[in-house]
Design a protein around this ligand. Structure first.
Ligand code: 26W
Length: 831
């Protein structure tokens, strides 16, 4: 790994003349290899090559970044500020090169000094500063904002440790720290001049201002610092380079000088360490928030640094003031995680600017917009009032003040209706009191959006019906999207080249052009080329499976993939029950005519989510049996690839034949993996949930395998009283596989018996996500998949039509809708 990677000496005469672009890049790389890394061609390691190369590329990004900044500043343009606690960026080298148009010259420049670009770029650690869909969506949106020349800044936290690295030990998930910064992060620029102070804790006191009015003062606070790192974000084929600004926490120099001088040296240093703890680690939960103080502090830290930076930038132009703040600034809240920004901006306007409540509220509610990403009640953030009071005493008073205003609105609309007030209130009463961050986000924003048509419908009708009545027109839909640059152009070069050969190369900026591929859907030659590419991608994935799981798989089998966070509502265990059913049919009849399948899983479970971890263990245990059972005769393989992350997704997706999108209807807000897989020619087997509904509309009913209960049917079944035992008793095969899972057959002698725990969750535990209710329909849909795959021509046609018809799901379309409907943002061309 760190052994020198010496340049293979090529005689001058053997070299082909480099293109001017390649020669330039090479000069720059060799410069950094020597003066940044302190290496010559003989002693440089692969990592040295990687850092030197990334730094040379970054230079090109900085040049365009300066031009962009100038165009935005001179034009005093309206900007979008995207606030997200998570960015799942993955690796940047290949995408930056493609977006800059420097991929080929760079490959050439490296080859000329004996370095293989693929080896060099594989040195890059994923930037894994996010949990799942929400974080990856933020990364796709940054790509589109730059590509569409929209002025934007992304704000986030510079976590020292991103999402944990996952390993399997005897089939169990084991978490390790993700030390992504250890060898340096060459894309980022340090910006010490924009350091921000952050106050926390303390108490409030009332004082009189010079006009004899009461004013609140927040005193006896602790101060820490927010220190910014900038990551340039390059647009594809444009000059715009926006930035992602990530805040790291630092202790102040004079942190608690008083304690220090009083002789409390150790105490002072200990408190200093607290300051540095704040941005240490990403919370690995993607659903339940367990009310941890540090998480609230992280949210406030992030929000205040970002807001102060936004305000500083606005006022750096003498033409600007508070009167035009909302004309120049739009702030998008990526879920409720940054919702404290609403309160913090109020605090700044009330306490620091001395504004009256009405004027301050008028500004705030013209600036913020909120995206909701989930309907699951346990994922809706609530902060206990005592905790909130301890960390942010002044902010709690402002929450109460906003709530008074809200209650007055509610009284005007529904006089005397206390039930309406109870559900709408920012404060949850009864039991421990809590601040409802979703309600705060709705009230503080001028627009609220869901992330797929179905999700937005349910948001309005079921989560926020009172708010929808109180604020007509506030709720809108913007269906999610994915960047075609990363999720087709970069991750699937073979398919990209085939597409280019048919329809030209404009599609990465205008994904609807893929429609033109429809006319070759029935062309046998095109079908053969398309499927040959799929097979090569499967061969590549097979090598990764061999390396990481030690299992041999055939590229001629159907690759059936489910890749996403591990959660009960996503129902990886439903997939497992089907695998068990196939396995059982096979061992009872080894001659059974089955299309050979490779089931591919990849998923991380939240470290505290025991049932999710039990599902991982169960899949691994079944895999170990199935893969070594001679009766199966290679017809079934099950692999669970460890450490799912963006760079692994980009290897699995191009190789997938079948995309598992099998959440309980009404639970998956949108999904975005479903879009990436369809774009790469995988067929979806899925429920009518999230964006699956819209994928079905686009690709057509004949080109997708839909099954299972609809949202309405799920609700009706629940209302009747769902009893999983009814399904257990009524279906012999289901009963057999559940009992098999619950025995110790797959985990002989192991205690606790985790597969038995999974079975129990589905029976005694009540099966909260109705896996058993959908089991038979799912098996039937899988049988239709089996039949379709046998007809090679039919399958190829369906796969091609999936690629051709999912142009809608480009994140450029999503960002275009946000820009028009919410942000009122215009493109700015950079000279
Ligand atoms: C409070 C802890 C916490 C952290 C993250 C709660 C919830 C989250 C996210 C909302 C989880 C998430 O990633 N949601 C996903 O967002 C995607 C982008 O909109 C959607 O495609 C997925 O359906 C949704 O689950």
């Amino acid at each position: 790994m760190s052994a020198p990677s010496p340049a293979k000496s090529k005689s001058k005469s053997a070299r082909k003349a480099l293109s001017p672009e390649a020669a330039n890049l090479q000069r720059s790389i060799l410069h950094y290899l020597k003066y940044k890394m302190g290496r010559d061609l003989e002693s440089a390691t692969r990592r040295d090559w990687w850092i030197a190369t990334a730094t040379a590329i970054r230079d090109r990004m900085i040049e365009r970044g300066l031009d962009t900044y100038k165009a935005h500043r001179v034009g005093n343009v309206r900007r979008l500020y995207y606030l997200s606690l998570e960015y799942l960026i993955g690796r940047l080298m290949l995408n930056n090169l493609i977006n800059l148009g420097l991929h080929e010259p760079l490959v050439e420049a490296l080859a000329d000094v004996g370095q293989d670009f693929e080896v060099v770029r594989a040195q890059e650690e994923d930037m894994g500063l996010g949990n799942g869909g929400l974080g990856r969506l933020a990364a796709c949106y940054l790509d589109s904002l730059s590509t569409m020349d929209l002025p934007a800044v992304g704000y986030g936290i510079h976590y020292e440790f991103g999402l944990f690295r996952q390993e399997f030990v005897n089939g169990h998930q084991v978490e390790h720290p993700d030390n992504w910064l250890i060898y340096g992060a060459p894309w980022e620029l340090v910006r010490p001049e924009f350091t921000q102070p952050v106050r926390l804790f303390g108490r409030c006191e009332q004082i009189f201002d010079d006009r004899g009015n009461f004013q609140w003062r927040w005193v006896d606070t602790k101060t820490i610092l927010g220190f910014p790192f900038d990551i340039p974000v390059v647009g594809y084929g444009t000059k715009t380079v926006n930035i992602l600004r990530l805040w790291a926490s630092k202790a102040t120099e004079d942190f608690d000088l008083k304690t220090f001088n009083d002789g409390g040296y150790i105490e002072a240093v200990r408190e200093k360490a607290y300051g540095e703890t704040i941005s240490k680690v990403l919370y690995p939960n993607d659903k339940t928030e367990n009310g941890k103080e540090l998480r609230l502090v992280q949210q406030y830290f992030f929000v205040t640094c970002s807001l102060r930076d936004i305000i500083r930038r606005h006022f750096s132009n003498p033409a600007n003031g508070w009167d035009n703040f909302a004309d120049k600034v739009a702030i998008q809240l990526n879920d409720t995680h940054p919702a404290l920004a609403v309160v913090e901006l109020m605090r700044i306007l009330l306490d620091e600017e001395g504004m009256a409540f009405e004027r301050a509220w008028g500004i705030v509610t013209q600036v913020f917009a909120y995206t909701n990403h989930t309907l699951l009640p346990e994922a809706l953030e609530r902060w206990s009032v005592p905790l909130f009071q301890r960390v942010l005493p002044r902010h709690l008073l402002i929450v109460y003040q906003i709530n008074d205003h809200l209650m007055a609105l509610c009284e005007a609309k529904w006089p005397g209706d206390n039930e309406k007030k109870r559900v709408i209130s920012l404060i949850e009463e009864g039991g421990p009191r809590a601040v409802r961050m979703a309600n705060l986000s709705v009230v503080g924003s001028f627009a609220v959006n869901g992330v797929a048509e179905l999700h937005t419908r349910l948001l309005r009708a079921q989560l926020f019906p009172e708010f929808d009545a109180l604020y007509p027109g506030k709720f809108i839909n913007v269906t999610n999207g994915i960047t075609p640059r990363r999720w087709l152009r970069a991750c699937n070069p073979r398919l990209s080249a085939l597409i280019n050969s048919k329809i030209g190369d404009a599609w990465p900026r205008d994904l609807d052009q893929l429609k033109k591929l429809e006319k070759w859907a029935d062309d046998p030659k095109f079908q053969d080329e398309f499927m040959a590419i799929k097979r090569l991608n499967k061969l590549d994935l097979a090598a990764i499976i061999k390396r990481d799981c030690g299992v041999d798989v055939s590229p001629d089998a159907l690759f059936d993939v489910q890749i996403k966070r591990l959660h009960e509502y996503k129902r990886q265990h439903l997939n497992l029950l089907h695998i068990l059913a196939l396995y059982r049919r096979l061992v009872q009849n080894p001659d059974l005519d089955l299309v050979p399948r490779v089931f591919v899983f990849a998923a991380k479970a939240a470290p505290g989510y025991d049932l999710a971890k039990a599902i991982i263990k169960s899949i691994n245990a079944v895999a170990a049996r199935v893969n070594h059972d001679p009766r199966v005769n290679g017809k079934l393989k099950v692999v669970f690839l460890p450490n799912y992350r963006v760079s692994l997704a980009s290897r699995i997706i191009p190789a997938a034949d079948l995309s598992e999108q099998i959440s309980t209807a009404g639970k998956e807000a949108s999904g975005t993996g479903n879009m990436k897989l369809a774009l790469n020619g995988a067929l979806t087997i899925g429920t009518l949930d999230g964006a699956n509904v819209e994928i079905k509309e686009e690709v057509g009913d004949d080109n997708i395998f839909i099954f299972g209960l609809t949202v309405e049917e799920v609700q009706a079944l629940r209302a009747r009283g769902y009893n999983p035992w009814d399904y257990y008793h009524a279906d012999e095969e289901l009963r057999a596989v559940l009992d098999w899972l619950g025995s110790d057959y797959f985990v002989p002698g192991e205690s606790p018996n985790l597969p038995a725990m999974v079975r129990a969750s589905l029976l005694e535990g009540g099966d909260p996500y109705l896996a058993l209710a959908d089991f038979r329909a799912y098996c039937d849909a899988q049988a239709r998949v089996d039949a379709a795959y046998r007809d090679r021509r039919r399958w190829a046609r369906m796969a091609i039509l999936n690629t051709a018809r999912v142009g809608k799901f480009s994140s450029d379309r999503s960002i275009g809708e946000y820009a028009d409907k919410i942000w009122k943002l215009k493109p700015v061309t950079v000279a």
